[in-house]
Design a binder for this molecule. Structure first.
Ligand code: AMP
Ligand code: GLY
Length: 426
């Protein structure tokens, strides 16, 4: 089988690493990939948003399955375009991708299907939103969200009226997120621990993955601005059996069923970002793809073959499959460039990758890296995700940081408290 992975992050390196383990794999490509995927796959220099370019490549190379990592091409309809040409792509359709592509769509959908989430209001007009905020219609803190894609940056948690008006200005007047600021969702602030829960769905059947937890804030103790994710861990104890059942029964199954009933069957990876509130799990957001860096800690725990699952998902054939998991703990620590999530430099040489990879229980997943004159250099804000497994969480954390300590590049930054929240759970 010939497979193309679309994307260039740590998630895509992890997908390539796991897909590579399938014995039927003939050829693996990654577009555009990074210095890590280059060791496993043939990188092809096509941008993830260049659907025509990807389509031409897949036709010319007779690729059997395209696995789409990021949300951009999914929301733009890459899977529909491929299907129109008789090509197989793993991921939801353009209509189904609105669960991530439009916060207002996702909220209204959850309301229609009584899926637990925070209270909210949608605004198309700046003036109406401003008046509503000023007239105490909301209790502070409130959360303001640009409606469309904003690379995880269009969400503002506002402790008071002044900050909420600033956020409103930024989204709808300054239009910092472009057309994503045409609409605004204002929602109730939820308190609790966040959990990431992903499933495979073929439109009817679902196969759950093990739970994980991301660390979105840049600084230790979850302080500072949000990032794409500074690290993650996965242990079963993140969700008790009872809560897992509740998430499936109250959130996942009603979502898959509701999408099918509305004529948009959901065939792809569904990611529910959950807040475990005192009233039970509530949805913060849906993503229509694998999480990053969650994928880096989920896949090392998967004993089943990923490519078989993705292929069956794209074919609508998950009914008789199951997924086997190991009981290991997995931890991923993200190494970021100085200045991230603000502006940062690229092109810093990375040393120590060989040493970090010497431990068979540690993998250095690449994210923003590239090869330059035979050297691996930084090429993005999140540079590497050092990922370790061990039978329990504490040694997995220690191993991951042992790996981290072997790596060096100018301005390298990481949080030193990744997964420490998880120690309380054991
Ligand atoms: P989202 O992209 O909608 O998941 O929002 C990004 C992050 O903002 C989430 O992972 C949470 O940390 C935070 N967040 C979003 N919505 C809420 C909410 N209603 N209450 C509290 N925190 C939230
Ligand atoms: N880790 C959050 C995301 O993938 O959106």
């Amino acid at each position: 089988m010939k497979v193309l992975v679309v994307g260039s992050g740590g998630r895509e390196h992890a997908l390539a690493w796991k897909i590579k383990q399938n014995p039927q794999l003939e050829q693996l490509y990654c577009a555009p990939g990074n210095a890590g995927t280059a060791q496993l796959a043939q990188n092809v220099p096509i941008d993830v948003e260049d659907i025509d370019g990807l389509l031409d490549f897949v036709v010319s190379q007779q690729i059997d399955l395209t696995v789409v990592g990021p949300e951009g091409p999914l929301v733009a309809g890459i899977v529909d375009r491929f299907q129109q040409q008789g090509l197989r792509a793993a991921g939801p359709s353009r209509e189904a991708s609105r669960l991530e592509g439009s916060k207002a769509f996702a909220k209204d959908f959850m309301k229609r299907h009584a899926i637990p989430t925070s209270g909210y209001q949608v605004f198309d007009q700046f003036e109406t939103a401003e008046t509503t905020l000023k007239h105490d219609a909301f209790q502070f803190p409130v959360v303001l969200k640009a409606d469309g894609l904003a690379a995880g940056k269009g969400v503002f948690i506002c402790p008071d009226l002044a900050t909420s008006l600033e956020a409103l200005d930024c989204i709808m007047q300054e239009r910092k997120f472009g057309a994503s600021g045409d609409r605004l969702v204002i929602e109730e602030f939820l308190e609790g621990e966040e959990t990431s829960f992903m499933v495979f769905s073929d439109g009817v059947n679902t196969l759950p993955m093990v739970p994980s937890q991301d660390h979105k804030a840049i600084y230790e103790g979850d302080q500072g601005p949000n990032t794409g994710g500074m690290g993650a861990y996965s242990i079963d104890a993140i969700l008790s059996e009872e809560l897992r059942r509740k998430v499936l029964d109250e959130i996942i199954y009603p979502t898959i069923k509701g999408m099918a009933e509305e004529g948009n069957p959901y065939q792809g990876i569904l990611y529910a970002g959950l807040m475990m509130t005192r009233e039970g799990p509530k949805v913060l957001e849906f993503n229509v793809r694998f999480g990053d860096p969650e994928t880096q800690v989920i896949l090392p725990r998967m004993e089943s073959d990923l490519l078989d699952l993705l292929y069956a998902m794209a074919e609508g054939n998950l009914e008789n499959l199951d997924i086997r998991w190991n009981q290991n703990a997995a931890v991923c620590v993200v190494l970021a460039a100085k200045g991230y999530p603000g502006s940062y430099e690229k092109g810093q040489e990375i040393s120590g990758l060989d040493m970090a990879g010497e431990d068979e229980n540690t993998i250095a997943f690449h994210a923003g890296t590239t090869l330059k004159n035979g050297k691996t250099v930084t090429n993005g804000g999140r540079v590497l995700g050092i990922t370790s497994v061990a039978p329990t969480l504490q040694p997995a954390i220690m191993r991951a940081y042992e790996g981290v300590n072997k790596i060096h590049f100018e301005g390298m930054y990481c949080r030193r408290d990744i997964a420490s929240k998880g120690l309380k759970r054991n």
